[in-house]
Design a protein around this ligand. Structure first.
Ligand code: C5P
Length: 246
């Protein structure tokens, strides 16, 4: 990773491995992290990590959203920990034992808990036997996840400030749903600009299509990095979570 690289994880939601590796090569001078999701990982297997990491040393965020019984999650986390991902996601809905299992099995990785998927609404929760509104669950799960050892949380930019107030300064808050001013929202319902997300307290911004669908992904990443530098991001690097001083 370059000194001063922006606290951005570029979502490499690519149709094939060559494209993912190409995007990674273009953006790694400008961002701290690249994110590999389930589709790419399941299609190409663990080798995908070395392919996108290349020689750059960029941090890898394995967004596998693990959810199973604790022993199975522990086995899965142990299996991927040898790939040295900086971040690994686990569903908070698995409960404390599942989160703890992942944390203990992958001690060198920052396990990040996904609270409630943005595709889930109040009616879905009710059907699952959870009568609370999504907003209440989103505030409750982070505390449970952090108490269980999670050192990262995935949440919307609109929830960052509330979640930060609940969990304190040491947890890496990771936010998708980030769109530079003027770019298409795509299928993201509630978006914030990179500057807004950072100033709200996010430590790592997940950004995919605004960078990877741009005519020049490297230039798009550089522009976002520059906009974040203007609000004080990227001044401090080397922290596992890309956490900045403000
Ligand atoms: O292209 P875009 O910037 O919308 O990509 C966002 C990335 O963040 C995708 O990889 C998507 O799976 C992920 N994500 C999300 N919303 C969540 C959790 C993850 O968009 N709530």
């Amino acid at each position: 990773m370059q000194q001063g690289a922006a606290p951005v994880a570029v979502a490499l939601d690519a149709p094939d491995l060559d494209r993912a590796a190409y995007w990674a090569e273009l953006v790694t001078p400008h961002v701290s992290t690249v994110k590999i999701g389930l589709e790419l990982y399941l299609r190409y297997g663990p080798d995908v990590v070395a392919s996108v990491r290349g020689a750059s040393g960029v941090k890898v965020f394995l967004d596998l959203k693990l959810l199973d019984i604790p022993a199975t999650v522990a086995g899965a986390a142990r299996a991927v920990s040898r790939l040295r991902p900086e971040f690994l996601t686990v569903h908070a809905m698995g409960g404390p034992d599942v989160i703890r299992a992942a944390v203990e099995a992958a001690p060198a990785t920052r396990v990040a808990a996904v609270t409630v998927l943005t595709s889930i609404g109040d009616a879905d929760l009710a059907m699952l036997g959870m009568p609370e509104p999504v907003g209440d669950v989103v505030r409750r799960l982070p505390v449970m996840a952090v108490d269980s050892g999670a050192r990262g949380l995935v949440c919307s930019p609109h929830e960052v400030a509330a979640v930060r107030a609940e969990v304190g300064p040491d947890v890496t808050l990771i936010t998708p749903g980030v769109r530079p001013a003027g770019s298409a929202a795509d299928d993201q319902a509630r978006v914030a600009t990179p500057e807004e997300a950072f100033l709200a307290g996010a430590d790592l911004l997940v950004i995919g299509r605004p960078i990877t669908s741009a005519p020049d992904p490297g230039a798009a990443a550089a522009a976002i990095a520059a906009s974040l530098r203007r609000v004080g991001a990227g001044a401090v690097t080397g922290h596992a979570g890309g956490v900045r001083s403000r």
